[in-house]
Design a protein around this ligand. Structure first.
Ligand code: B16
Ligand code: MG
Length: 215
């Protein structure tokens, strides 16, 4: 393997808890209750698609105009970004900074394939932006995860074929996209939620650059 493509939320840092707080509040304002199990389904799913899934919980998908949907998504995002204010370098998940540093030292290119429009801001807050030579702009995508488009674009950004790249993901939708374009998939988290991954680990401290480059 010659390069690495990273999902962001749940792989590099744990922002799922902030997404959950912000979506739960927005949902409550329109009379919908969501729990943590439901929140699992929103991992890796775009902002607009997440809102659609929440509204579908209560058959409210057709109740709102596009303008109202955009306003709701924007309101959730403002709350979410306010919660990110305290994000700091120590919020990088275990082993990730060391892994990125090692990749940088040996000249292995890294890219970000995140559905989040807030990815550049989050990387900046974590002080790891310089480790990435490419960040896919999710507004350029025609389809979200599980479609492989975002992973194909990430490989292009580092001038590699998907078969030459290892993809890291914490969500089933992401693992499906990685496998669909022929990348090697490493799942971060529980194996039951990462079906089809070539390998599953709890965190990056279980991985070395050398073993992945030999694949
Ligand atoms: P934003 P990832 C995803 O990030 C999150 O897992 C998902 O919960 C969120 O809705 C999506 O980003 C969009 O994020 O509202 O910040 O644009 O896991 O693909 O890095
Ligand atoms: Mg994720």
């Amino acid at each position: 393997m010659k390069g690495f493509v990273f999902d962001l939320d749940g792989v590099i840092t744990d922002t799922a808890k902030y997404h959950y707080i912000a979506w739960k509040q927005l949902a409550a304002e329109i009379g919908i209750t969501i729990d943590e199990a439901f929140n699992e389904q929103l991992k890796g799913i775009s902002r607009q698609d997440s809102l659609a899934r929440i509204l579908a919980q209560d058959d409210k998908l057709d109740v709102y105009s596009d303008l109202e949907l955009n306003r709701m998504a924007e309101k959730k995002n403002q709350h979410y970004v306010a919660l990110l204010e305290t994000l700091a370098p120590e919020d990088v998940l275990p082993g990730v900074r060391e892994f990125l540093e090692n990749a940088h030292e040996v000249g292995i290119p890294c890219a970000i394939a995140s559905a989040s429009k807030n990815a550049p801001y989050i990387l900046d807050k974590l002080q790891i932006s310089d480790y990435f030579s490419g960040i896919v702009d999710p507004t350029t995508l025609t389809k979200g995860k599980p479609d492989p488009e975002i992973f194909i674009k990430a490989a292009e950004l580092i001038n590699l074929k998907p078969e030459e790249v290892v993809g890291f993901e914490d969500a089933q939708a992401g693992i499906d996209g990685i496998k669909d374009c022929g990348m090697y998939a490493v799942g971060i988290g529980a194996a039951e939620q990462l079906k089809g991954a070539d390998r599953v680990v709890n965190d990056f401290s279980e991985l070395t650059i050398e073993e992945l480059l030999c694949l």
